[in-house]
Design a protein around this ligand. Structure first.
Ligand code: SF4
Length: 373
């Protein structure tokens, strides 16, 4: 039986962060129970697949009421899962209760991902986050106390008015708590967000490119000095605690998405679910599925995506894996691009693989554009 990853989307948030363009919504608490029931139906429809990882993301999954969790749990425990299942739930400080965390642990969750973003209350407020540093520390310690031994913390850099000193303080304080995994993303101003509006109006002061570059370089240095291995552009882990679920995306393996706005990649097809929560519930109740788009990836699409995603990984793209998948030598398709960027120091090539250098990551947008066939 095929082994796949499963993503489950919980679209509820207590408040919308000012930079966020994820399919998540505030003020929809009234839909939680109906949503959980619709989601349970979708999870029940998964047949003939063995689940190797589960990632419940959002939104803020820990904001879902316990009653909602009870409903989806009934479906989750019926899934056919691998014995070494990695089971992650995302959550935000201020939405954890001991009762909810203990419930998740009993359900089999063995990895938590906590959104912190920055160590300064002033910055958290400016981002529109609902929590303080104190809430974060309390949530983190509670999770440890309950027995979670695989925790990720999400951080951001390049924030409005953020200084290098503040960012280094953030890194160091988080490291002191010894999480197994860190994700460090630079802020991107996405269209449709409050930050985008302020930026367009000239009311958002962002760090310049040079400072952002320094912050990224610091991330790599400080984390390396503290025993974290960078395995992807923005992801760092201690020991073997890499996020196996995310590696499924970067390695273009199969995954199934359940819930509003979720995506699937299965048997060469890409699927997308309805994003609107009410419509999703209705579609699940009437049709027993909520797919609004289904496309067949062409041979070329697959090849490009394999390159895009693979170049995100520090280990890069395996030449033999490329050959196995596409039946053609990687250099005969991408030889020119590889030569161009290895000669300028943006890419490195060895017998087994190609990968981006630090400078290459900086210009990855340009490189990616040349990968399109
Ligand atoms: S908590 Fe996460 S998903 Fe929700 S609005 Fe903030 S960034 Fe977006």
């Amino acid at each position: 039986m095929k082994k796949v990853a499963l993503y489950i989307h919980i679209p509820f948030c207590k408040q919308k962060c000012l930079y966020c363009d994820f399919p998540s919504f505030a003020g929809k608490e009234g839909c939680m129970i109906d949503y959980a029931s619709a989601l349970a139906k979708e999870i029940d429809s998964i047949k003939d697949k063995k689940i190797k990882t589960i990632f419940i993301g959002g939104g803020t999954p820990t904001y879902l009421s316990l009653e909602g969790w009870e409903i989806i749990k009934k479906s989750i425990i019926k899934l056919d899962v691998c014995s070494d299942l990695e089971f992650t739930v995302e959550g935000n400080p201020g939405t954890f209760t001991r009762e909810k965390l203990e419930f998740l642990k009993k359900m089999g969750v063995n990895r938590l991902s906590i959104g912190l973003q920055a160590w300064q209350d002033s910055l958290l407020k400016e981002l529109g986050r609902i929590h303080t540093i104190e809430d974060f520390i309390e949530s983190f310690e509670m999770a440890r106390d309950i027995g979670f031994n695989n925790i990720n913390v999400d951080l951001m850099f390049g924030l409005p008015s953020q200084t290098l000193k503040q960012y280094i303080e953030t890194l160091k304080n988080v490291i002191d708590l010894k999480p197994e995994h860190l994700s460090c993303y630079n802020l991107i101003i996405e269209e449709g967000t409050e930050f985008y509006k302020r930026f367009e109006e000239g009311n958002l002061k962002l760090p310049d490119e040079e400072l952002e570059r320094t912050m990224y370089a610091k991330t790599i240095d400080v984390l390396k000095d503290n025993g974290y291995i960078q395995y992807e552009i923005s992801n760092f882990a201690k020991g073997n605690k890499v996020c196996r679920h995310n590696l499924v995306y970067w390695e273009m393996d199969e995954y199934i998405g359940c819930g509003s706005a979720s995506h699937s990649y299965s048997d060469g097809f890409r699927y997308r679910n309805e994003e609107n929560i009410e419509k999703y519930i209705k579609m699940m109740n009437v049709n027993n599925n909520a797919i609004v788009e289904k496309t067949k990836n062409s041979y070329k699409d697959d090849m490009e995506e394999f390159m895009f995603m693979g170049l995100r990984k520090s280990a890069g793209i395996s030449k033999s894996e490329f050959m196995t998948r596409f039946g053609i030598d990687m250099t005969s398709v991408y030889g020119k691009v590889i030569d161009k960027y290895t000669s300028t120091g943006f890419m490195k090539e060895n017998r087994e693989s190609i990968f981006l250098t630090f400078d290459g990551i900086e210009v990855s947008n340009v490189i990616m554009a040349e990968i399109i066939l």
